[in-house]
Design a protein around this ligand. Structure first.
Ligand code: SF4
Length: 799
């Protein structure tokens, strides 16, 4: 690759461009072109944004000879000011991979074989019709991703909820951002990030909980590093069991025991109350629930919390003091909270901390409930996960009637008699046999869901008809009855929204390979062939182009929190992305929400009427109205409980799974990119020096990790991780693992070990607290295929 600047695999965050508080982040344009291609040879630069994490860095796609040949960061964009990280710079090569799916596949005599679109559609539609006739809509389910475009999701949501009428529609955003969504709804009445990326430029204090930003959103970390190395360095408090790059930069690092976030966050609030670092006047006028919160956290003095979390009480006090004395506080959380024990309860405490300090709705002040996937926000807004479209409340009859009016369907068709079905429940219903048609788009549950032996047996059932739309023959596609070849980023037009509400347009740069179609086209054709109609007998889906879909979507959002009504494709072209809400009164978008400290909690407007954080019990309108938040934020309190699977003699270590900077999800794309694959080619098992010594394990030895549900075998990396904790990256499955490889066909997917358990409120599966044991099975050669940079660096290198 011809990169501008140093090699960006080793130099993950690029050169520093320090800046001070309230200054503009300097631009730095990162470019990567295929070997042998110069900028002069690029025929076209096509506007887009990166789809390899939630940051949503704007870029232009380089095209030559009908192929994608590189990318260049967009200097004018508010998100990245021209920068790109390793995945953005190299990841586009997956589009050109020779093993892209180019024709539909149908399973015949047990083998997937090439077929025409007509044959594949005929089979899928015949099976859908049969299941609908025999068992009704509740026997069909759909499971999508966080990586399609808004237009794909909105079409899917309409077809499934407004046409077929099943509540069984979820996204794999359930695994990454369901807790963000619920924490925002519980506290503020609706989804929608209160803050803006410019708050990172203007804060004086950063509080990061379970957020390994240096690896999960590299360009955001580049922005923070530039603040940390510039004048007016913000103070930094990091909560993470691993010595992540942000932890190494921190003023206070709290490497707490897995599953104890809630105890720690209660302890910090205890100190804020005790030391008077709260704004009583603001809280009295703009929040409800203060007394209950005060009473709850009073039981968490630092000494008790230190014992639960296994950190020093003095460090908890120091962290609380930094937060308590902050004048502009930005808090963030991600999977260390969302995929852990008491996820929503903990994420709500992060919201509480900013509210207690009145750090919201003004520059440099926001709690960020960040996203994982690039288009996760759109699954939530467009109604392709567990939320009805347009951030409507499924319990509110008026909301659902309004949605039915937009879709011109009978309100009774749209399932709203109970909560939408989350993916773990969908799988349970498949297991029990009440669902026997499952369509999976752009995601790979055979590697990404917990307890894989169970997932494989569910998906492989004879009675379950599985359809997969994907660009590659993933582990899940290999099990399917029908596979549709999908067009991906760069091959279709559409929009998507990043984690600070910035909407980008992504133009079509090249044609998809072979007969591949966009997901929107596939859903429209499916609806047509299935005969789905509106209540007047007209075709249910009224659009045939992405722009027509976008126009229908934005009309549907008018007046809702995610109001896109002022946006057009043309407006998104040429400049920076634009933040919603974008309306006639805010035509340039809205930088931050809640500047008037009026929140979306009015009973009739709220997207959700809340839950009991301990049990997940859904609150009815009557109880919510009695709380009478009426525009005030809701301080929700909860007590700490022990994680579900405690360590014990047979399984004395705690497993945590997570990402490396070089890969994305199950490596469907990044595993096909030579630079990224070489940087992290194989799974590894990371453990602390003390644990390695006790188990007689050296760097590079082969080890077996055993949980009650399965085993993983991989080479050991002895790192600076907290003693008692084992880390395995969750990216590795089996599509490129075989006998003769280094892995030699060994079990290497981290989810062989994880537990079937989820947060009671967000229903997000728990990936951070399984009990395991580790043993050495074979001497190694001293080398481990783990990256030498970031959180996985060997302990020796760090010393
Ligand atoms: S930070 Fe995320 S969006 Fe930006 S280039 Fe990297 S992977 Fe892409």
């Amino acid at each position: 690759m011809d990169g501008i600047g140093p090699h960006r695999i080793a130099d993950i965050w690029g050169t520093r461009t320090p800046f001070g508080r309230e200054e503009d982040w300097p631009s730095r344009v990162d470019t990567m072109l295929a070997d042998g291609i110069s900028e002069d040879e690029v025929e076209r630069w096509v506007q887009s944004a990166c789809v390899l994490c939630s940051n949503g860095c704007a870029l232009d796609i380089a095209v030559a000879n009908g192929r994608i040949v590189g990318v260049r960061g967009r200097e004018v964009d508010r998100i990245n000011h021209g920068r790109l990280g390793p995945k953005g710079l190299y990841g586009w090569q997956a589009n050109n991979s020779p093993d892209r799916l180019t024709e539909p596949l149908i399973r015949r005599n047990g083998v997937l074989q090439g077929a025409s679109w007509d044959e594949a559609f005929d089979l899928v539609v015949a099976r859908s019709s049969h299941v609908l006739e025999e068992s009704g809509p509740l026997a069909l389910a759909f499971y999508t991703t966080g990586q399609l475009f808004l237009e794909d999701y909105y079409t899917l949501g309409l077809v499934v909820r407004g046409g077929i009428g099943t509540p069984h529609l979820d996204g794999n955003t359930r695994l990454c951002t369901a807790t963000a969504d619920f924490a925002l709804k519980e506290t503020f009445g609706s989804d929608g990030q209160p803050g803006s990326y410019t708050d990172f430029d203007e804060c004086d204090t950063l509080f990061m909980v379970g957020h390994n930003v240096a690896e999960t959103q590299t360009v955001l970390w580049a922005r923070l590093l530039d603040r940390l190395q510039g004048p007016d360095r913000p103070k930094l408090v990091v909560v993470d069991p691993r010595p992540t790059p942000s932890a190494l930069e921190a003023d206070v690092h709290l490497p707490i025991k897995n599953g104890t976030n809630l105890a720690l966050l209660n302890g910090i609030q205890h100190e804020l109350f005790k030391r008077g670092w709260i704004d009583e006047t603001f809280l009295a006028s703009h929040t409800v629930g203060l007394d209950k919160l005060r009473e709850t956290v009073s039981e968490y003095p630092p000494e008790r919390v230190a014992e639960i979390c296994d950190v020093e009480a003095a460090d908890i006090r120091r962290a609380a003091e930094i937060i308590g004395r902050a004048e502009r506080l930005v808090s963030t959380c991600l999977q260390g909270v969302y995929q852990s024990h008491q996820a929503t309860a903990s994420a709500c405490q992060v919201n509480n901390i900013n509210l207690l300090r009145r750090m919201i709705g003004k520059p440099g002040c926001a709690p960020f409930q960040l996203n994982g996937q690039p288009t996760a926000q759109n699954t939530r807004e467009a109604g392709a996960d567990g939320d009805p479209a347009g951030m409507r409340n499924w319990q509110n009859r008026a909301h659902m009637d309004d949605l039915a009016r937009h879709w011109n369907v009978d309100p009774l068709v749209i399932p709203s008699w109970g909560p939408p079905t989350h993916v773990m429940q969908i799988l349970r219903l498949c297991e029990e046999g009440s669902i026997n048609f499952l369509w999976i788009t752009g995601t790979n549950p055979a590697v990404s869901l917990p307890e894989l032996s169970r997932i494989r047996s569910i998906l492989g059932q004879e009675r379950l008809f599985v359809v997969v739309s994907d660009a590659f023959l993933t582990e899940t596609a290999q099990i399917a009855d029908v596979v549709f070849p999908a067009a991906i980023w760069g091959e279709k037009l559409g929009t998507f929204t990043n984690q600070d509400r910035t909407v980008h347009i992504s133009e079509k740069a090249v044609d998809p390979p072979g007969q591949a179609k966009t997901d929107m086209e596939i859903f429209i054709e499916y609806a047509k062939r299935l005969g789905l109609e509106d209540k007047d007998g007209a075709p249910l889906v009224k659009w045939s182009t992405p722009e027509e879909c976008f126009d229908a979507f934005k009309e549907m959002t008018r007046g809702r929190p995610c109001d896109y009504s002022g946006l057009t494709y043309d407006k998104l072209r040429g400049g920076s992305g634009i933040q919603w809400p974008c309306t006639s009164s805010a035509p340039d978008g809205t930088e931050r929400l809640y500047i008037d400290h009026v929140f979306n909690t009015d009973t009739e407007y709220a997207e959700d009427w809340g839950h009991d954080l301990m049990t997940g019990g859904t609150q009815e309108k009557k109880h919510y109205s009695e709380l009478d938040p009426a525009g005030r934020a809701i301080l929700k309190a909860a007590h700490y409980t022990e994680p579900f699977e405690p360590i014990r003699e047979e399984f004395p270590l705690l497993l945590v799974t997570g990402r490396t900077v070089y890969h994305w999800h199950t490596r469907t794309k990044t595993g096909r990119v030579p630079e990224l694959d070489r940087a992290a080619p194989e799974a590894w098992v990371e453990l602390a020096q003390d644990d390695a010594d006790a188990l007689g394990i050296c760097e590079g030895d082969w080890v077996r990790v055993t949980a009650p549900r399965g085993v993983v075998e991989a080479k050991a990396r002895v790192s600076g991780i907290r003693p008692g904790v084992v880390f395995i990256p969750f990216h590795y499955g089996y599509w490129d693992s075989a006998e003769g490889d280094e892995s030699n066909g060994r079990p290497r997917a981290a989810n062989e070990l994880t537990i079937t358990a989820w947060d009671p409120v967000s229903k997000q599966p728990i990936f951070k607290t399984a009990a395991v044991r580790v043993e050495r099975i074979e001497a190694g050669d001293g080398a481990t295929p783990a990256p030498e940079q970031a959180a996985s660096a060997p302990s020796g290198a760090r010393a």
